[in-house]
Design a protein around this ligand. Structure first.
Ligand SMILES: Cc1cc2nc3c(=O)[nH]c(=O)nc-3n(C[C@H](O)[C@H](O)[C@H](O)COP(=O)(O)OP(=O)(O)OC[C@H]3O[C@@H](n4cnc5c(N)ncnc54)[C@H](O)[C@@H]3O)c2cc1C
Length: 221
């Protein structure tokens, strides 16, 4: 059961309610371990969901794209939905009917607002960049033109719910004594060794944080 109440009626889990997590710090942990959000908007020609990088602070989620980005441009000023998912394992039950997955996912619903203030925009772009791998301070400084060419939307983290499944398969009592294999195949994402671009001729050494993630999972960053 969750350790906090759902933030709203529409974010209250109905199916699998015992897997609900509403507590803010646990929701944020799942967001921090993720790298992409699937962002859903209603467009004039139908619903559209696209993968995007994101960043966050304690109150808001930030999404960015080109100034002409269709999804963000359409979502601006409207309710949108962002989902972050981790698959931690394939759960094999005694009958395929009870197969499942171990997972952690967060769904955030709310109004998306365009960030107009240039300083606020830069701050949110740094949050998005550093969320993936901290390198905002490593490369060429972002110019005013770069900033103008970029659209950033923010949405409150207020209406966020998480759903978490872990552990063994849950089979029916009558199947427990049967011969069928049951268990879990763990699934994980790991960072590899960083390598220089084929056309890299710069003089800077590789920043240590890129090497530091090698072999780690996003949770261990
Ligand atoms: C891991 C990952 C991270 C990304 N991060 C960002 C990000 O942070 N910011 C950002 O702006 N973009 C990001 N993208 C690209 C993003 O998914 C969109 O392609 C891009 O934002 C253009 O959006 P648009 O609405 O302008 O697309 P349009 O070009 O207008 O889309 C037209 C049509 O193309 C198809 N399409 C668009 N994107 C995709 C896609 N990714 N895969 C398959 N079909 C597609 C769809 O059918 C869509 O209706 C990321 C993609 C991936 C895979």
């Amino acid at each position: 059961m969750s350790d906090a109440p759902a933030p709203s009626a529409r974010t209250t889990l109905r199916r699998g309610a015992d897997r609900a997590v509403y507590e803010r710090t646990r929701v944020l942990e799942i967001l921090d371990a993720g790298m992409i959000a699937h962002v859903g908007v209603q467009t004039p020609d139908g619903p559209l969901v696209l993968p995007m990088a994101y960043g966050r602070d304690d109150e808001k989620l930030y999404l960015h794209g080109a100034a002409a980005n269709h999804l963000l441009g359409t979502g601006k000023g409207h309710e949108i939905c962002a989902t972050v998912t981790h698959i931690d394992g394939l759960v094999i039950a005694r009958t395929p009917f009870h197969n499942s997955m171990n997972y952690r996912s967060v769904v955030i619903r709310g109004l998306a607002t365009k960030i107009e203030d240039p300083d606020e925009k830069l701050r949110s772009l740094k949050l998005i960049t550093d969320h993936v791998v901290a390198n905002w301070d490593e490369g060429r400084e972002v110019s005013e033109i770069d900033n103008r060419k970029t659209l950033v939307l923010e949405m409150a983290l207020e209406e966020a719910s998480a759903k978490v499944r872990s552990g063994d398969p849950v089979d029916e009592e009558d199947d427990m004594a049967g011969p069928w294999w049951a268990g879990v195949i763990p699934v994980e994402t790991r960072f590899g060794e960083a390598y220089a671009a084929a056309d890299f001729t710069g003089s800077n050494e590789m920043p240590p944080q890129y090497g530091a993630v090698a072999g780690k999972t996003p949770d261990e960053r």
